[in-house]
Structures are given as structure tokens and as C-alpha cells.
Design a protein around this ligand. Structure first.
Ligand code: HEC
Ligand code: HEC
Length: 384
């Protein structure tokens, strides 16, 4: 029997029980009446004894009914729990290095003890504007016009769509950019301060805990230290020339402007309360963000843009991806707020970090647009 029927069964047992108790008290009353009259009492001794027995039997019946129902209910709950545990076990993802990562089955999130927290975390990532944007209900006007999901597609679950698959398994880790051990909350705040060009969150806040819980859930089944296939962004081969903003503008006008606007400021999505996000200007990511590095931008668009593209079905050639990256990242955007703090060890700067000083002889211009081959070769030779 399903547990939904138990309230009904409970009501039936309750009314039966009440009925019996009613009958039993009338018997009681009747028997007392007899006892009041000594003569009647002596004549009806046997009948009274009989009534008392009937009463006791009725009470036993009530106890049996209630006890039986309760124990059936307890059994049902425990078997439901063990079914749940079995279903969860069956759906638990098996880690396979060779397979492209997929987000765990949502049933695992829905039946997790932290289900509400995980759901809230997902929502914060998908609809960041509703919580932190202009009319945000948690902290209004504290970020630019983007949602986390604009860059971490499908709430951070898309293969090569900048997903969060490895967050649980690889953090905390030492990062060259800060020169520090970075925890998940610190890494999330990095995106708040750079990609969202806003204020960091209190690391003990409910919102931070929710996003961490969501990312930890996404990492279900991935062994510590492993980075699943399909994590992050595709590896894009380098061009043997510098990426070209002029060629990139032609790609942009052809392939991007219809959604992001010819001025890069985004457009209203017809029939939706949301907008296509801006790609440059005040509402966009700042110069300290990952996408301001050409390789990150080119890899992101290669497998994800125009919207609908996937790593299996890209829409841009490698050259188009690099060139459009050069065009977009040559437009105006908020300045780098941490130029003096980032990359304390300059020899760790990535080949496409466009701000000197460097531990190599190449110019800022070449670090920004390439050709990157010579820089990478130099870095490799030095670390040998
Ligand atoms: C403008 C694009 C953009 C937005 C918006 C953005 N991020 Fe990111 N995020 C990135 C890029 C790019 C990376 C680094 C990818 C790389 O280096 O391979 C990254 C990396 C991360 C990582 C580390 C992933 C890893 O595997 O190391 C986390 C965690 C993260 N972002 C969380 C967030 C959260 C939470 C938000 C919203 C509050 C957010 N990001 C908004 C672009 C963005
Ligand atoms: C069909 C509409 C469409 C086209 C065309 C398109 N995009 Fe997008 N783009 C989107 C949408 C929608 C998002 C946000 C995705 C989400 O939130 O799920 C996005 C997000 C982005 C982002 C990350 C968020 C941000 O604003 O920084 C970048 C970068 C981007 N697009 C670049 C491009 C480039 C470059 C092109 C052209 C090669 C392009 N897009 C073409 C719809 C489009």
C-alpha cells in the first residue's frame, strides 16, 4: 500500500476506535446503573460479568487496530527508504575518464538531504540577475548585467561549456593568479569580482553555501584530483599568426551581432523577460576576467557560439574563433581592478595574459593577440 493512503486508513481506524470507545462507555454506564440497585445487581451478576468481558475485548480490539496500523506504517516507511536508497545507488554516477562527463541524475539532487540548498545554488547560477542584478532580491545592483549561466552554460553542466564538473574534485588548489591556495568560495568570488565585475559574497552566506553545495553535488562520484573529460573549455590549436580584430569584426557582424547587437550591448530576447548578454562596455566582464584572455574566449565561442553550437557541432572555424575573440576583447570594458595583485610570480603568467611585466622578451601586444607559438616555446624552454 502506498503511504498516501495511510491518512485515510488512519481516519478509518480512528472512527472505529472512537465508535468502540463509545459503545464501551455505554456498557460502562449501563453496568454502573445496575450496580446502584442492590437487588437488580444480585440478579444480574452474570450479565454484568459478561458485559465487563465484552468491554475488555473491545479495548483489546482498539489496541490491536491502532498497533497494527502503526506497525504497518512503520514497515512501509522503512521499505520505502530502502527502495529510495536502492534507486539512488543505481543512479549514482560511475566515473569513467574516457567518457564525456554528464551531470548526475537530478533525482539524486531532489532526494539529497541538502535538496533545497542545491536547488537554490542552481537557481543563483542560472538567474543571477534576479538575486544580485539591478532589482536583485539578495543584494541589488551589485554586479554587471550577466548571469553565471551566460558563461557556465546550462547552469554549469554543458560539456566544454565551462562546466563545474571538476570544482568539487580539484579545489582547494594553489593558483598562480593569486599565488594562494584557493577554496571553492574564493574561486566563486573571483568570478563575482571579475566576470561579474561586482562585489564578492560573504563566504559564510547562505548564497555562497548554496552555490558550493550545487557544485559539490555536480561533482558526485568524481574521485578527488580527477578532471573529467569535457570539463571547462575545448583546447583550441594556436594560429601561426596574430589573431586579427579586423577579420574578427567581419565574423562578429555575420555571426554574433544578430543576438549580441552590432554595438555589443546585447538585445532583448523576443518573448522573454531575459536579454542576450552584452559582450563589451560597462555591463560586461572586466579586464581581469578569464574571457579577457584570448585563448579562453576563443575556446568558449568555438564550442558554444553562435548559441546552439556544441563541441561536436561547432559553427566557427578555429581562425574565426580566434579572430572574433581578438575583436571582442579589443573593445572597451571595465578596467582590471587587481593589476598590482595578480600573478605575484610573473613567470607564471599564461602566454595570453595581456598585462606586463613578463619574464620573457615578448610585448604586451603579442601576449594579447599572438602569435602565441613563440611565447609558449620560450616558456617551455625556460621550465626545462
Ligand atoms: C563572463 C563569463 C563568466 C561569468 C559571468 C562567470 N564566470 Fe566563472 N568562469 C569563467 C571563465 C572563463 C572561467 C575559467 C575557465 C578556464 O580558465 O578554463 C571561470 C571559472 C569558474 C570557476 C572555476 C572552474 C574550474 O573548473 O576551475 C568557478 C567555480 C566559477 N567560474 C564560478 C562562477 C560563478 C559562481 C559565477 C556567477 C556568480 C561565474 N563563475 C560567472 C567565466 C565566467
Ligand atoms: C542566436 C543568438 C546568439 C548568437 C548568434 C551568438 N550568441 Fe553569444 N550568447 C547567446 C546567449 C543566449 C548567451 C547566454 C547563454 C545562456 O545564458 O545560456 C550568449 C553568451 C555569450 C557569451 C558569454 C556571456 C557574455 O556576454 O560575455 C559570449 C562571450 C558570447 N555569447 C559570444 C558570442 C560570439 C563571439 C558570437 C558570434 C560568433 C555569439 N556569441 C553569437 C546568444 C547568441
Amino acid at each position: 500500500m502506498s503511504t498516501e493512503l495511510y491518512p485515510i486508513l488512519g481516519l478509518v481506524v480512528l472512527s472505529l476506535g472512537l465508535g468502540i470507545i463509545g459503545v464501551s462507555s455505554s456498557i460502562n454506564l449501563y453496568s454502573h446503573k445496575i450496580a446502584e440497585d442492590p437487588e437488580l445487581n444480585s440478579r444480574c451478576l452474570r450479565q454484568r460479568l459478561f458485559l465487563t468481558r465484552v468491554r475488555s475485548m473491545l479495548w483489546i480490539l482498539v489496541l490491536l487496530l491502532v498497533g497494527g496500523t502503526l506497525s504497518m506504517y512503520a514497515k512501509e516507511i522503512s521499505s520505502e527508504n530502502s527502495n529510495l536508497a536502492k534507486t539512488r545507488e543505481k543512479l549514482f554516477p560511475v566515473y569513467d575518464k574516457e567518457k564525456i562527463w554528464q551531470a548526475p541524475n537530478v533525482f539524486l539532487a531532489e532526494t539529497d538531504p541538502d535538496a533545497d540548498l542545491i536547488q537554490y545554488g542552481r537557481d543563483l547560477i542560472a538567474r543571477t540577475q534576479d538575486y544580485f542584478g539591478e532589482h536583485g532580491i539578495v543584494r541589488p545592483s551589485s554586479i554587471n548585467s550577466l548571469n553565471c549561466q551566460n558563461c557556465h552554460l546550462d547552469a554549469g553542466t554543458k560539456a566544454f561549456g565551462n562546466n563545474y564538473s571538476a570544482v568539487q574534485s580539484i579545489y582547494p588548489k594553489i593558483r598562480g593568479r593569486s599565488g594562494q591556495l584557493e577554496t571553492i568560495p574564493k574561486r566563486i568570488n573571483d568570478c563575482f569580482e571579475r566576470s561579474l565585475n561586482g562585489q564578492p559574497l560573504d563566504t559564510t552566506s547562505h548564497e555562497m553555501k548554496a552555490m558550493v553545495a550545487y557544485m559539490q553535488w555536480l561533482g558526485t562520484g568524481i574521485p578527488k584530483g580527477e578532471s573529467p573529460k569535457g570539463k571547462g573549455l575545448v583546447d583550441l590549436p594556436l594560429l601561426d599568426r596574430a589573431a586579427d580584430p579586423v577579420l574578427g569584426k567581419a565574423v562578429y557582424d555575420r555571426q554574433c551581432a544578430s543576438c549580441h547587437g552590432s554595438d555589443g550591448q546585447g538585445l532583448v530576447i523576443p518573448g522573454s523577460p531575459r536579454s542576450y548578454p552584452p559582450l563589451w562596455g560597462a555591463g560586461s566582464y572586466n579586464q581581469a576576467a578569464g574571457l579577457f584572455r584570448l585563448s579562453r574566449f576563443a575556446s568558449y565561442v568555438k564550442a558554444n557560439m553562435p548559441f546552439g553550437a556544441t563541441y561536436e557541432n561547432p559553427q566557427l572555424s578555429d581562425e574565426e574563433a580566434w579572430d572574433v575573440a581578438a575583436y571582442v576583447d579589443s573593445r572597451d570594458r571595465p578596467k582590471h581592478p587587481f593589476l598590482d595583485l595578480d600573478w605575484p610570480d610573473i613567470s607564471k603568467k599564461p602566454f595570453d595574459h595581456p598585462f606586463g611585466p613578463y619574464a620573457d622578451p615578448f610585448s604586451e601586444e603579442q601576449h594579447k593577440y599572438g602569435p602565441f607559438g613563440p611565447i609558449k616555446d620560450f616558456q617551455k624552454a625556460k621550465t626545462k
